[in-house]
Design a protein around this ligand. Structure first.
Ligand code: CO
Length: 156
């Protein structure tokens, strides 16, 4: 496994619509292993493949219990409610903004072996899934920010 470099806002990879994964091979498994390691080291909530320069529909989010959920070709099939809260991005370091997201989502995805899964996520994990899946469509959260926060305010 290896830590991969996280590209920053302005990198063209972050503006591309990512291609679906069609081969669930060792190369994908290596990418997922590296993304988990990179996310863990960065202490983030989620990481999308374009953030490490790979324009494929792959993302990793925390599972809320100390582990990670690997999302290959994820699609949001249900959105319910709304939550307003702070959001940041490893590709936009040092900034946090208030963004509205659904309170609950259902995500259909494949695992690293290609098996289909459906998961219901709420609150922070729903926010993380929406943020990462937006990355796969070349969208950064900054386009949704209603107001930026002072980092000092967040630390309180
Ligand atoms: Co992000």
């Amino acid at each position: 496994m290896a830590i991969r470099n996280i590209v920053k806002q302005g990198d063209p990879c972050l503006e591309k619509v990512c291609r679906p994964v069609t081969e669930f091979n060792a190369r994908l498994h290596c990418l997922l292993d590296d993304m988990v390691e990179t996310l863990a080291q960065a202490e983030g909530a989620g990481l999308a493949a374009p953030q490490v320069g790979i324009v494929r529909r792959v993302a990793v989010i925390i599972d809320g219990e100390g582990g990670y959920i690997e999302l290959v070709n994820p699609v949001i099939t249900r959105e319910e409610g709304i939550q307003e809260g702070p959001e940041g991005c490893l590709s936009v370091p040092g900034r946090y903004g208030i963004v509205d997201r659904p309170m609950n989502v259902t995500v259909q995805y494949q695992d690293r072996f290609g098996a289909e899964h459906t998961i219901d996520l709420e609150e922070f994990l729903a926010r993380a899934a929406c943020h990462e899946i937006d990355h796969l469509d070349g969208k950064l959260y900054v386009r949704l920010v209603k107001e930026y926060l002072n980092p000092e305010d967040l630390a309180e």
